[in-house]
Design a protein around this ligand. Structure first.
Ligand code: DOR
Ligand code: ZN
Length: 344
């Protein structure tokens, strides 16, 4: 029998939604994770400090009794964001970051940014007060192939933006390419990158070979195998530029299994077992704690969790294939490999 004990992990990129979905998925994350950066892409989005405070209360109300889980709130950056409201919410400790969605890049991003010059004063304010920006790094131009959107974003948007506002601390969210891995390593303490569980496991074949598999469709879309291998090397390297952000993104099955299916993989339930399997395969179990529990707090200037989580290796572990919500089922990500590490 093999066992590892790590500091309780955090999820630095999580979608909890609202209402019936929130009630169903919040316990899935709270079971294993100490904290999570909560994405603000509700409908309507979480734009003001007051909205973030109200959303935080709804999340806390959805947690099981006795849960030791702290939601870390974010604001959704729009071209109308008020820098003073943002600064107040940050000074109060209510928000830990601001999320930049290029308009049209993904689920509920219509209120995102079209003209990056319009948010320059807000970015300057964030740099001044030390509020990090979490970035969905994809361009939305019609003429850019969907598999190239992350790499083009780095060249055309992210690098120029960081050069204009060098003190702004940035998290490249859910990187999916070798270019993302390489760029994240260049920014020192001012730059970090989250990597999802599913992008460590699947390449684009999972979505397209043998029929269309909507449950493997997410954004940024999974890329070629060489990119998945670059992500695996980064996550298991021990380099603190990279940390876990699951981007666990629940959608009802009826919304995934549709002629225009929603993007998102729901991994909250089995993420830690999958990660242990992945890190073991790469002979890097000793790096799992850094990736899941230490590098994220370091970037955000927070202490690592005091509590611990133990994973024990044994016979194959099974997880529910779906989570029930009051509005229908949500399919749990199937890693297409047996899992042997049980969280105790
Ligand atoms: O796959 C994704 N789902 N990517 C995102 O950027 C958004 C997310 C969602 O909210 O469903
Ligand atoms: Zn996301």
């Amino acid at each position: 029998m093999q066992q590892i004990t790590i500091r309780r992990p955090d999820d630095w990129h999580l979608h909890l939604r609202d209402g019936a979905m929130l009630n169903a998925v919040a316990p899935e994350t709270a079971r294993h994770f100490g904290r999570a950066i909560i994405m603000p892409n509700l409908v309507p989005p979480v734009v003001t400090g007051d909205q973030a405070a109200a959303y935080r209360d709804r999340i806390l109300a959805a947690l099981p009794e006795g849960a030791e889980f702290e939601p870390l709130m974010t604001l959704y950056l729009t071209e109308d964001t008020d820098p003073d409201d943002l600064a107040r919410a940050h000074a109060d400790g209510l928000i830990k970051a601001v999320k930049l969605y290029p308009a049209g890049a993904t689920t509920n991003s219509a209120s995102g940014v079209r003209d990056f010059d319009k948010v320059r004063p807000v970015l300057e304010k964030m740099a001044e007060i030390g509020c990090p920006m979490c970035v969905h790094g994809e361009v939305v131009d019609d003429d850019i192939d969907i598999f190239d959107r992350e790499a083009v974003f780095i060249d055309r948007v992210l690098d120029p933006l960081r050069q204009k506002t060098p003190d702004l601390r940035v998290v490249m969210e859910h990187i999916t390419t070798k270019q993302g891995v390489d760029y994240a390593a260049t920014g020192g303490d001012a730059l970090g990158a989250t990597i999802t569980t599913h992008h460590l496991v699947i390449n684009r074949n999972a979505i397209l070979v043998g029929g269309i598999k909507p449950h493997y469709y997410c954004l940024p879309v999974a890329k070629r195998e060489e990119h998945r291998l670059a992500l695996r090397a980064a996550a298991t390297s021990g380099d603190s530029s990279y940390f876990l952000g699951t981007d666990s993104a629940p959608h009802l099955d009826e919304a995934k299994l549709s002629p225009c299916g929603c993007a998102g993989c729901f991994t909250a339930t089995n993420t830690m077992s999958i990660l242990a399997e992945v890190f073991e395969q790469d002979n890097a179990l000793d790096k799992l704690e850094g990736f899941a529990s230490l590098h994220g707090p370091k970037f955000y200037g927070l202490a690592a969790n005091e509590a611990t989580l133990t994973l024990t290796k044994g016979d194959a572990v099974s997880y529910p294939t779906e989570i029930k919500t009051a509005e229908g089922p949500v399919t749990v990500f199937d890693p297409m490999m047996p899992l042997h590490w049980q969280v105790s």
